[in-house]
Design a protein around this ligand. Structure first.
Ligand code: ZN
Ligand code: ZN
Length: 873
């Protein structure tokens, strides 16, 4: 007896170990067919992880979503590419080296090995033959190759720039890596500003295309597209030159000048110095009562050189600006400024306006100079009120109403006043006109500016791709020839906490020969931002072993674009803009034909526990290994899909995992029971097949549920992936099976009571389909049940079941009956009943009859198949 009981027990550890070994022995199972395959292709990809050493529940869920999809697409007959790799460069390896004295490479590869073991234990269907590891030379040499191609195309340049510096990391951070003024890796470390020579990729060359492309990405979440649009930050406007008033000229001369129109300024013979401002509202230029410059504007530097007092004040403003930048919010800065004592001339009316320096004007946005129009801009208004600068209305509402004379008046829906010959024009019309005048007068032009800055890729770190450039005393910057790639990252290195690039302290690396002149030269010691690695990794998966090129364009053309990309919304800006940029560059290099890497993007919700994101500091981390050991991989991954729709946050409840485990255990016992029945009654073929006509009520009900479940799950996969409802539907089906155990036995026993008989054929159909439906969510158990049914091939290659609409159809449907908009009763009618039948059923209902007694039915509205509405008086 004890043995029998033991046999009935669901033992996920044993089942999962068995299948893990089988799958490991048959790597072709999860391999894609070559690009010459006649099958339709499907490329499903989850974002590659950073090898921290341990999977967390967020990973488990992310990969379970992609894995369910990949498995279902295999069963639907697609040629599926489902790869995995490692985003393996980055600072934690250096920190670990400092802490444990383990070389970064060793630490990283060790972590990869343990995470790979975890993934294999959970049973993700990855093609490990295409695995990539970005910290290995066979991968990063192509980062270097791409860098050189971009350098040739003028997309790489070097400039001195203000950088975000994390003192803790001792390195530069991208703007996106500064969060609330602190380092993204060191939440408590304030980021400083420093000046350094940096390498940049000219992503701004693609700003407009990156923006336009978003309109076509309708398979992306709208929130991600909006975040990218804001990040790119396109503004349309006008650049206008104000003229600098010569300081040695008396005011009398200037008065003369101001009577002249700026348009003929060049005729004066001497070219006047100009201050170019950017404005989105050139229609308000007659209301400009000052010009404001960034503290770092070259003119401010020039003014300060001759004015020590100004110099001190400007230094103060710059300091405030730096602090605000470090705090991550220049917009919230307390506004300060200083008058330079100098004046600029408005080119449209010759008016003389004071030049100020203000702490909120940034040198790297627009031209580093603005015209200030306090009557029609909130910030300018506050500033003018504070410093007593003139406020002059130049726009009034089209229709004046009470209170419409209040300032600032911020609207483009108005007409110009106090604007000379432009008075009475609409704002939009005036913008066009004023732009034309500026172009004709050669003091301005229409201009589009972007908030997006070029991508600073220099990092003063060790654990990254070496930048393949050489500094030669004779030749300056020299690119390393392709045949000398890869520039190998030296392995013997001492990681210290000193600032500057660790590579700079390795003479064998630094000292080299110039490829151009053969003389002594120094290697570049900066390494690349790790976002370079992830910008094109998904192309490499298609041809991961190619030693001659990053990939074969023909293979890429077969697989791209990615059919479904899955990852966290935290990558909406960085990775997902950089990788779009990289694709466009590769297209322009003739390497790929697609404009975008992925047509469809899915961003899964977070896994939280007790209302908070899992983190070590909160002590609410659930370890995947622990869950797998206790409940099995199938239960852990199925729970991660069952507990919430994939796009929502999931609040991890261990009870829930236990519940899924109990459910799988029930499924297991059902199959044991089936084996018992077969043993007891012999092979099903002994029985006469049931005729369709004599199908019992119980059998009809069971088959209806089966086919409805198939239809529902198929729909969920094609739609919004609400796998939680897919799994709930499987549970309902299983409930029905358990309930009907007895009639199932009747079938095997050949007993045919009126309604309780289920033919062995129907039973076998349900038992055969159930593992197929489970396969995307609980692949180990599904494989085990499939084999138990006597199936020989892999369940992953078995066709996805088809729903028979005839069998799925309900005989009767429930129809709500409303009287004057109020629900009174629910009646049952045959599915497909016509309006007359529905109306009759409604009127025959007792409750309805009571309500309409002594009243007049004015109208009957029948919505076929849905509802009956009565209007009575
Ligand atoms: Zn840091
Ligand atoms: Zn040289």
């Amino acid at each position: 007896m004890a043995d029998e009981k033991e046999q009935l027990r669901y033992d996920p550890a044993a089942i999962e170990q068995k299948w893990q070994e089988r799958w490991a022995a048959d790597p072709r199972l999860y391999a894609a067919e070559p690009a010459t395959s006649k099958k339709p292709k499907y490329y499903v990809l989850e974002m590659l992880p950073y090898p921290s050493g341990q999977l967390h529940m967020g990973h488990v869920r992310n990969y379970a979503i992609g894995d369910a999809l990949a498995r279902q697409m295999w069963m639907r007959g697609y040629n599926v590419l489902h790869p995995m790799g490692w985003d393996a460069f980055g600072l934690p390896a250096e920190n670990a080296a400092l802490k444990n004295n383990t070389p970064p490479r060793e630490w990283t590869l060790g972590n990869i090995a343990s995470m790979k073991r975890q993934m294999q234990r959970i049973g993700y269907a990855y093609d490990w033959a295409t695995e990539i590891t970005t910290c290995l030379p066979d991968y990063y040499r192509w980062n270097q190759w791409f860098f050189l191609r971009m350098y040739e195309k003028g997309l790489v340049y070097r400039k001195k720039s203000k950088v975000n510096w994390c003192p803790e990391c001792a390195t530069v951070l991208a703007n996106e890596q500064v969060i609330d003024g602190c380092c993204w890796r060191h939440e408590d470390t304030k980021v400083e500003q420093r000046d350094l020579e940096q390498w940049f990729l000219r992503i701004t060359a693609y700003a407009q295309e990156l923006l336009d492309g978003l309109d076509k990405l309708d398979g992306w979440p709208e929130k991600v597209r909006t975040m990218q649009r804001n990040w790119i930050g396109r503004s349309e406007g006008t650049e206008v030159d104000f003229f600098l008033e010569e300081i040695n000229q008396g005011s009398g001369i200037m008065d003369q000048g101001s009577e002249r129109q700026g348009t003929d300024n060049r005729e004066q013979g001497t070219e006047k110095q100009r201050i170019r401002v950017f404005t989105t509202r050139v229609d308000t230029i007659f209301g400009a009562t000052s010009v404001q410059l960034a503290p770092e504007h070259p003119l401010v530097t020039a003014f300060s050189a001759a004015d020590p007092d100004l110099k001190v004040k400007v230094a103060g403003l710059l300091d405030e600006q730096k602090k605000a930048r470090e705090a991550g919010d220049v917009g919230a800065i307390e506004k300060h400024g200083v008058a330079t004592g100098r004046f600029a001339i408005n080119p449209y009316n010759g008016e003389r306006v004071p030049i100020w320096v203000a702490n909120y004007i940034l040198m790297d946005y627009g031209t580093g100079a603005i015209m200030s129009v306090p009557a029609h801009d909130k910030r300018d208004f506050e500033f003018a009120m504070k410093y007593g600068i003139e406020i002059r209305r130049v726009i009034k509402p089209v229709e004046e109403a009470e209170g419409s004379d209040a300032l600032p008046f911020i609207s483009e829906d108005g007409v110009l006043v106090n604007s000379g010959e432009y008075n009475g024009m609409s704002c939009a019309h005036a913008q066009g006109k004023l732009q034309e005048v500026a172009v004709r007068g050669q003091f301005g032009e229409a201009k589009v500016i972007f908030r997006l800055n070029d991508w600073g890729v220099s990092r003063q770190r060790y654990w990254g791709t070496p930048i393949p450039m050489i500094h030669c005393e004779r030749d300056g910057l020299v690119a390393i020839p392709d045949d000398q790639l890869p520039v190998i990252l030296p392995e013997k290195i001492e990681i210290t906490q000193q600032g500057g690039s660790p590579l700079g302290r390795v003479p064998e690396f630094v000292n080299t020969t110039c490829p151009k002149c053969g003389g002594p030269a120094r290697r570049e010691t900066d390494t690349m931002d790790t976002f370079v690695d992830s910008s094109w990794y998904f192309y490499r998966y298609t041809d991961a072993k190619n030693a001659k090129a990053p990939f074969d364009p023909e293979i890429v053309q077969y697989w791209f674009p990615i059919d479904q990309y899955i990852g966290g919304v935290e990558h909406a800006i960085l990775h997902l803009i950089y990788s779009r940029f990289w694709t466009k560059v590769m297209r322009d290099l003739g390497l790929v034909k697609n404009d975008e890497p992925t047509q469809r993007l899915f961003t899964q919700g977070m896994v939280i526990k007790d209302g908070a994101k899992m983190s070590k500091s909160k002590g609410n981390v659930i370890s995947p290994d622990d869950m797998v050991t206790r409940y099995g991989a199938d239960s852990a991954r199925m729970y991660s899909l069952f507990a919430a729709p994939p796009d929502r946050d999931l609040d991890w409840q261990e009870d829930g995992v236990a519940g899924v485990s109990r459910f799988l255990s029930r499924v297991w016992r059902l199959y044991k029971k089936l084996e018992d029945l077969k043993r007891k009654y012999g092979n099903t073929s002994r029985h006469t097949p049931g005729q369709a006509g004599e199908r019992s009520e119980a059998e009809t009900k069971l088959l209806r549920k089966l086919h409805q479940t198939i239809a529902k799950i198929t729909f969920d996969f094609e739609g919004r992936w609400h796998f939680n409802t897919s799994i709930a539907a499987i549970m309902e089906l299983v409930n029905l099976l358990s309930f009907d155990e007895l009639p199932i036995e009747n079938g095997f026993a050949g007993i045919r009571p009126q309604t309780g008989w289920i033919s062995p054929e129907a039973t076998e159909e349900v038992y055969r389909v159930l593992p197929l439906l489970l396969a995307p969510f609980a692949p180990f158990l599904a494989a085990e049940l499939w084999e138990a049914l006597g199936e020989k091939g892999a369940i992953l290659r078995a066709p996805w079941p088809k729903s028979d609409p005839e069998l799925a159809k309900e005989d009767e449907i429930e129809i709500p009956v409303q009287i004057n908009g109020k629900l009174i009763a629910v009646v049952r009618v045959a599915a497909g009943a016509d309006s007359k039948t529905m109306e009759a059923a409604a009127l025959a209902n007792e409750k309805v009859r009571d309500r309409i007694a002594n009243k007049t039915v004015v109208k009957v509205i029948v919505v076929p198949g849905r509802a009956v509405n009565l209007v009575v008086k």
